[in-house]
Design a protein around this ligand. Sequence first.
Ligand code: G1P
Length: 287
Amino acid sequence: MIKTAVFPVAGLGSRFLPATKAIPKEMLVVIDKPLIQYAVEEAKAAGIEKFIFITSQGKEAIEDHFDSHSALEAVLQARGKIDDLEKIRSIKIPEGQALFIRQHEPLGLGHVVWCARHYIQEEAFALLLADDLIQAKSPCLKQMVEAYHEDDGNMVAVVDVPKNEVNRYGVLDIARQFGAKVASKGVVEKPDPAKATSTTAIIGRYILRTSIFEPLGLKKQGSGGEIQLTDALQSSLSAGVSLTGFCFQGDRYDCGTKVGWLQANLALAASDPEIRPYLESVFAVIN
Ligand code: G1P
C-alpha cells in the first residue's frame, strides 16, 4: 500500500528567471493550475493520503495554495460563484495530511528525499517531481501503484529519449523487458551520450523502498557535485533491491524547460473544448 508521497519543491527555478524570482517555480501555471497542483491531484488519484513537501525559503505560496482561504471562500459563497468555490475547496489537502519540511541547502535530489526519512512509516512511498506534467487517461502514479509489486523493489517511470538528451536524465542499463516493466542491471545519472547503455530515461515518478535512506544517508556526492537519488538507486541495486522501469501510458511534458512548459500548455489547451477553437485560430494566423 503506497499512502505517502514526497514532493521536492526546494529548487531555485533559475531556468525560469525572472518569472521565478518571487514565486516558486512549482507555482508556474499551465492553463489554469500551478504545476504542483497537477502533481498533488495525480497523487490523490493514486490513493495517497500523506503529502510531504520538501521546501526552502520563499516557497510559502505552495503551503498557502493547499490551505483554506476563508475570506476568499466567503466572498465566492456570497456572490453565488459555486463552481469557483468548489474549485478552491477541492484543492485543499485535509488537515493533518500535509507536512512541510525545509531543506537548508540545495544539495541534490537525493538529499531532498533523505530529508523526509523520519516521516515515512510504510515500506514504500511515492516521489513526484512536479516539473514533469503527465497527461494520461489513468494518472501515471495510479498506473504505477496498480502495477507495483514488492519484488519490483524501487520502481521508476521511464520514457525513451533521443540519444543526445540522455545526459539530462538518470538512464537505465536494461536486463530485460516484461510487459510494461523493465528490469535494470544498472543506472547512471546524466551519462555521456557516447557511453550511455540505453535511451531509457527516468522521469519524475518513483516508488521507493524506505531502504533507499541507507545509501542516501552516506551523502556521497555524484554528478554535478550533488547527492544523487540515482546513485542511491544503484547502491540499492548492488545490495540486492531490484530496480524496475515502468513504461506508463500517457504524454509527459518537461515543464522544467521553457519548450516543455509551452508544449504542456498547447497540449492541454488542445484537449480543452472551450479553448481549442481559439488555439486553432491562432495557428491559422501563424500559418
Ligand atoms: C532528476 C533526476 C534524474 C531524472 C530527472 C527526471 O534530474 O536526478 O535522474 O531523470 O530528475 O526529471 P534533474 O531534472 O533534477 O536534473
